[in-house]
Design a protein around this ligand. Structure first.
Ligand code: GLU
Length: 463
């Protein structure tokens, strides 16, 4: 069997959308599973709408998700001579023809068809013109069969049939000599040797036209898999109204790429009722036949749940690196403070996003925070002050500040004074954090270290 060749073919007119990312992921997974090739092609023939920024944004999004490509990126705008060549081929073979009908004429016929209740369709006026008309502007149309059916077995949707008489003689080259969309897709898929096309099901109606072009060119028709759309909670097509739709917006909101990948794959594909998959498991288990026929509904809570899972189980050192830009945004300089990896360990269980983690980490690095007067009165009561002072002096002489050792200091004070743990923990926590929500107090002390813990407690006591 020859190798499977798949491609992702975004039009660079915006960012990498959730739906596009999922299409890319399905292609990538199948390529990796089948040890084939994954090709990236930028469909930038619409010069007016395509931008370099968008290309960069798409590449950045793919890279962030870890969807590496084996060939490309290829740009359709580099292929104009190739498209020309194929137009000439089809013309020479009598499988395409020059159409001289003016836009006005076509519009007039369209209106008549509509007023007579017929579906507007090119009427074939120029289909059999033999001679060229030098100097006259023309488009090139594909000579589509007038009868019969075009059928394909979609790997997701099953058998799909189109009546050829419903299909127009497609324009493949415009008056200005530029090729049209359906034509460029076919020529590229042919010249790149694409064997399987996985794309959004908004392209189903293009497929019969494309199949007829393959047949006219005498080229093997690839397999097709049309992936159902992604909907918002209200069952309308996913859009900005439902929240961020750009993959990179999720990075900026503190999501991990592995959570995003795991979430995207489950938007359509399933494997029993399993929810959590490593990348290797996905490569092993993925199959396009297991992609469902109904649209996936975007569920931000589930994405958040997965993200929390990956943060909880992630490598603290890697998370520390990913956290840095978020801390920078908060003007936190970690260089003089506690070890960031140690900080991360205390926050993994309680952060659903890196953004939450960054918020939770701030207090470790701000030793000059202001204590709020009302809370001072509440927590630093005379007895609160006494236990704080007591703890500070015991911390100064403690041998070590591991979790158990710190716990023993707290328990010792409780036993000697006959007070509850919370009577010690609350004032101490307030002195150390200024009241910010914080991880377990023993861990906080361990991470802040002896000197800084004592310093913060004494500063609070001086108020
Ligand atoms: N460029 C098309 C799009 O972004 C994809 C075409 C295809 O996959 O065949 O929707």
């Amino acid at each position: 069997m020859s190798e499977i060749r798949l491609r992702f073919a975004p039009s660079p007119t915006g960012f990498l959308h959730i739906g596009g990312a999922r299409t890319a992921l399905f292609n990538w997974l199948l390529a990796r599973k089948e040890k084939g090739k994954f090709i990236l092609r930028i469909e930038d023939t619409d010069v007016a709408r395509s931008t370099k920024e968008s290309v960069d944004a798409i590449l950045e999004g793919m890279t962030w998700l870890g969807l590496d490509w084996d060939e490309g990126p290829f740009y359709q705008s580099d292929n104009f001579p190739l498209y020309r060549e194929y137009v000439e081929k089809l013309l020479a073979a009598g499988k395409a023809y020059k159409c001289y009908c003016t836009p006005e004429e076509l519009e007039r016929k369209r209106e008549i068809a509509i007023s007579e209740g017929r579906k507007p369709k090119y009427d074939g006026t120029c289909r059999n013109i033999k001679e060229d008309r030098p100097g006259a502007p023309f488009v090139v149309r594909f000579k589509a069969p007038l009868e019969g059916t075009t059928v394909f077995d979609d790997l997701i949707k099953g058998r799909i049939c189109f009546q050829n008489e419903e299909l127009d003689d497609l324009i493949i080259q415009r008056t200005d000599g530029t090729p049209t969309y359906n034509f460029t897709v076919v020529i590229d898929d042919v010249s790149m040797g694409i064997t399987t096309v996985i794309r959004g099901d908004d392209h189903v109606n293009n497929t019969p036209r494309q199949i007829l072009l393959y047949q006219a060119l005498g080229c093997p028709v690839p397999k097709f898999a049309h992936v159902p759309m992604i909907l918002g909670a209200d069952k309308s097509r996913l859009s900005k109204r439902h929240g961020a739709t750009s993959v990179m917006a999720y990075r900026d909101m503190g999501f991990l790429p592995e959570a995003m990948v795991n979430y995207l794959v489950r938007l359509g594909w399933s494997h029993g009722d399993e929810e959590i998959f490593t990348l290797d498991e996905l490569i092993d288990k993925f199959s396009i036949e297991a992609v469902g026929r109904s649209a996936g509904v975007f569920n931000p809570d589930k994405l958040l749940w997965l993200n929390a899972h990956y943060i909880k189980t992630g490598d603290p050192q890697r998370l520390a690196g990913l956290l840095l830009p978020f801390l920078k945004e908060r003007d936190v300089d970690v260089s003089g403070g506690p070890d960031l990896t140690a900080v991360v360990r205390t926050l993994q269980d309680r952060s659903r996003t890196l953004l939450e983690m960054a918020d939770g980490a701030v207090f470790y690095y701000r030793s000059d925070f202001q204590y709020d007067a009302k809370s001072v009165a509440k927590f630093l009561t005379p007895s609160g002050r006494e236990v704080c002072a007591e703890l500070a002096s015991r911390l100064e002489t403690a041998d070590e500040l591991g979790h158990d050792a710190v716990a023993a200091l707290f328990e010792g004070i409780c036993a000697e004074r006959g007070v509850k743990l919370k009577d010690v923990a609350q004032p101490v926590r307030f002195a150390l954090t200024g009241g910010a929500p914080s991880p377990a107090i023993y861990d906080v002390i361990g991470v802040l270290g002896r000197e800084e813990s004592v310093r913060r407690i004494r500063r609070a006591l001086a108020l």
